[in-house]
Design a protein around this ligand. Structure first.
Ligand code: BGP
Length: 485
């Protein structure tokens, strides 16, 4: 509609970057921390690219002051990071680990001293292994109570200093990869019924945390971050348009409708019931989901790509396609749900070396959709480009592709704001390079290059600013005006 292509962002816009504990901290067994499901999973041969682990990651645990100093020098306004549950309640849900609490307290303080608003993610996939062993983690309703206790501990500890809180990171991704395609812990495949049950428990855990949040944190904002895949029907064939609606109900609204309305999309629920894979729902569950949905303050959006949707015959492709974790372009294969939809590549858009479609306008379309459907403020909690970067001899890193990627996405965000979307923050993924769960260290996302690699035995872990670092600094300084240059 509106195409105001110039101008700056609101003065209080939160320019930021995001990370996750397992992907940056390292120190996997230090200061009382216990193993998470990821610490165990990465030790299973063949699960990660060249067997990479987060044992050391990028050693943020010991270098967070240096990393936050780099953020401050850049002028960043917010830093989104996750807390490792295994540092807070390492051995049981009855005993808090003071060293774990102190570690994050200091990160928060150092951020605030530098004018950076901390944005905390409670859960970015690193469940304590002892909870997995005790009752299979998310598969049991016991997790709801334990998650609530963990959340309340953090709200009480940090709520006087931290305003922005994210309950769950990409519940749709960790449950799909954990229970349908075996790529994440607990490594199960084709467990469709369990997948929806696990999701139901995660929704209830999120809802319990949200219910407690506003009682404890004055003036805070809480929501969940969802990996949103805005979709396009392949063409005007009604079959493909219907497949797009099915895709949206099953892949997008199944999560966002619960966060925002406390209910599941009807057609999707009917489908799951017909296949006998619908979650078991107990008395009071919907009341809780509904009540929490009214207290949610924003929709967190992690956006990397859009999807094309085409009808998929009964004997068509399923979830088990090849995923490109090597960065060899064109090696992934089509996936979908047999009998419902499949997702062919978009012939109009370029892809990354890992075959992810690059679609800046898709983000604007997604924000518009959220605004129309939910009318909630939006936090873009992740967006970025995974690429091979090269550290030159003079220690510079030239990454014009990353600059272009972020610039084009920011232009679309600005237009979405002009069109009425209430977008309050933008966090790139990520600030420094870090461990990509399945793709090792070679898939780099940061503004700051880190000398860490799966190909060397003792990399220095030194930090080097990339060209994109200076570029984003200027974007922040100009309140976004410089995206138009
Ligand atoms: C999101 C996750 C992040 C991050 C990012 C990039 O799904 O929330 O933790 O990993 O994707 O993905 P990848 O590392 O697979 O390239």
């Amino acid at each position: 509609m509106l195409t105001i292509e110039k101008g700056s962002f609101p003065k209080d816009f939160l320019w930021g970057s995001a990370s996750a504990a397992y992907q940056i901290e390292g120190a996997w067994d230090k200061d009382g921390k216990s193993p998470s499901v990821w610490d165990k999973f990465v030790r299973i041969p063949g699960k990660t690219f060249k067997g990479t682990t987060g044992d050391v990651a990028v050693d943020h645990y010991h270098r967070y002051k240096e990393d936050i100093a780099l953020m401050a020098e850049m002028g960043m306004k917010t830093y989104r990071f996750s807390i490792a549950w295994t540092r807070i309640y390492p051995n049981s849900m009855d005993e808090v680990n003071q060293k774990g609490l102190d570690f994050y307290q200091d990160i928060i303080d150092v951020c605030l001293e530098n004018g950076i608003q901390p944005m905390i993610t409670l859960y970015h996939w690193d469940l304590p292994q002892y909870l997995q062993d005790a009752y299979r983690g998310w598969e049991s309703r016991q997790i709801i109570e334990d998650f609530e206790k963990y959340a309340v501990t953090l709200f009480k500890e940090y709520g006087n200093k931290v305003k922005y809180w994210i309950t769950m990171n990409e519940q749709n991704i960790f449950t799909r990869l954990g229970w349908q395609s075996a790529q994440h812990p607990p490594g199960l495949s084709d467990e469709d019924k369990l997948h929806y049950q696990v999701n139901h428990h995660a929704f209830l855990a999120h809802a319990k945390a949200v219910e407690k949040f506003h009682e404890i944190v004055a003036d805070g904002m809480v929501g969940a971050s969802f990996a949103f895949h805005p979709s396009y029907a392949l063409d005007t064939k009604p079959k493909n348009v219907l497949a797009k609606h099915d895709f949206d109900d099953l892949k997008n609204y199944w999560w966002m409708d619960v966060y925002a309305y406390g209910r599941y999309p009807r057609a999707a629920m009917k489908y799951l019931e017909s296949k006998n894979i619908a979650p078991k729902i107990q008395a009071g569950d919907f009341e809780l989901l509904k009540s929490a949905s009214e207290k949610v303050d924003f929709m967190g959006v992690n956006y990397y790509r859009s999807d094309v949707v085409e009808h998929n015959p009964e004997d068509g492709v399923d979830n088990s396609g090849i995923v490109n974790v090597s960065g060899k372009k064109g090696t992934s294969t089509e996936t979908g749900m047999a009998g419902i939809y499949k997702s062919p590549l978009n012939p109009h858009l370029p892809t990354t070396d890992w075959d992810w479609t690059i679609d800046p306008m898709g983000l604007r379309i997604g924000c518009r959709e959220i605004t129309s459907r939910y009318d909630l403020p939006i936090i873009i909690s992740e967006n970025g480009l995974g690429a091979f970067d090269k550290l030159e001899e003079d220690k510079s890193v030239h990454d014009p592709y990353r600059i272009k990627y972020i610039q084009e996405h920011l232009k679309q965000i600005k237009m979405a704001i002009d069109e009425g979307s209430d977008i309050i923050a933008y966090c790139t993924w990520s600030f420094t390079d870090l461990l990509s769960w399945l793709n090792g260290y070679q898939k780099r996302y940061g503004f700051v290059y880190i000398d860490q690699s799966e190909y060397e035995s003792n990399p220095s872990l030194n930090r080097y600013k990339k060209d994109s670092y200076y570029w984003y600094k200027n974007i922040i300084e100009t309140d976004g005006e410089a995206i138009w240059e």
